[in-house]
Design a protein around this ligand. Structure first.
Ligand code: AKG
Length: 284
């Protein structure tokens, strides 16, 4: 038994008109295989190059430990010099990932290697984010707080991708007052005895390779597993659907505040209660 996933459509390249008509309007994911062949990044960006231009930076690292009530929002689990981190990635599997690292702020020179593509959407120029991971590390199934349209460009390694739209949330064991599902689900090989509702979820999958870009529509759940060491850059455009914009506002101003206050008041009990609710609220 495996998850009910269809392959994400793939195109060699695409015009903005076709992108808007075939993927943005119907909110369908797509992989564009050869879109960035003329970016300097296509030939330059690999782990050695990152070590060369950003080796002395201290980077925030995350592993797959469960959420702890003492952790702040996106608070890193460890810090390391980028040069050492790249050596680690290349030498052995590691759970340590870099998540949401702002390219503009941290290594401005990298901006020379890419341009903001015209997909017919207004990209947020201040927010190109980088993500790194080692063999077998993964990002929990989550969706982004602003429910943005995301363009995810991948470099060097191979990455497994699983996506679900927001309609599937009821089958995913979502943790209330958060943007994640139960962290103990292995989406690469789920235990359906433990998580039977996952049988009803309908999603998408693909494997991303160097130079490919994945479009993730607004608010899509995403799970990403690095099969070999690599890194990605995400560019984002604001959600257009008013319902999603409303959810984004709620997440930023209400959901996050409730969660922070409750962690302070109830501590680990709040986290444990949310984890139980994720099971209770998911119908089979
Ligand atoms: O690639 C990753 O590690 C996570 C990417 C992600 O969550 C995103 O692009 O929003």
């Amino acid at each position: 038994m495996s998850l009910n996933l269809i392959e994400i459509e793939r195109v060699e390249t695409i015009t903005k008109e076709d992108f808007i008509k075939n993927y943005f309007k119907p909110q369908k994911p797509v992989v564009i295989q050869n879109f960035i062949k003329d970016w300097p990044a296509y030939s330059k960006w690999n782990l050695d190059y990152i070590k060369q231009v950003a080796g002395d930076k201290i980077v925030p690292l995350y592993d797959d430990r469960p959420v702890d009530f003492k952790d702040g929002f996106n608070e890193p689990h460890a810090k390391m010099q980028m040069a050492k981190y790249v050596d680690l990635l290349k030498s052995k599997p590691t759970k340590f990932r870099i998540f949401l690292w702002n390219v503009l702020k941290e290594v401005p020179i990298l901006q020379k290697d890419f341009t903001y593509p015209d997909f017919g959407l207004k990209l947020m120029k201040g927010l190109p984010m980088l993500f790194f991971g080692g063999t077998n590390s993964h990002t929990f199934m989550h969706y982004d707080i602003d429910l943005a349209n995301i363009f995810h460009f991948h470099f060097e390694g191979k990455k497994e991708i699983i996506l679900f739209d927001q309609q599937q949330t009821k089958h995913l064991y979502k943790i209330p007052h958060s943007l994640i599902v139960r962290e103990d689900i292995n989406f690469s090989d789920p235990d359906f005895k433990k998580w039977p509702a996952l049988k009803n979820a309908k999603g998408y999958k693909t494997y991303l390779e160097h130079g490919e870009v994945l479009y993730m529509p607004e608010g899509f759940w995403h799970y990403m597993k690095y099969l070999t060491p690599g890194f990605s850059m995400s560019l984002r455009a604001m959600a257009r659907n008013p319902k999603n914009l409303g959810k984004a506002m709620y997440n930023v101003f209400v959901m996050r505040t409730i969660d922070t206050v409750m962690r302070r008041i109830k501590g680990q009990k709040w986290i444990d209660w949310k984890n139980e609710q994720a099971i209770k609220q998911t119908k089979i």
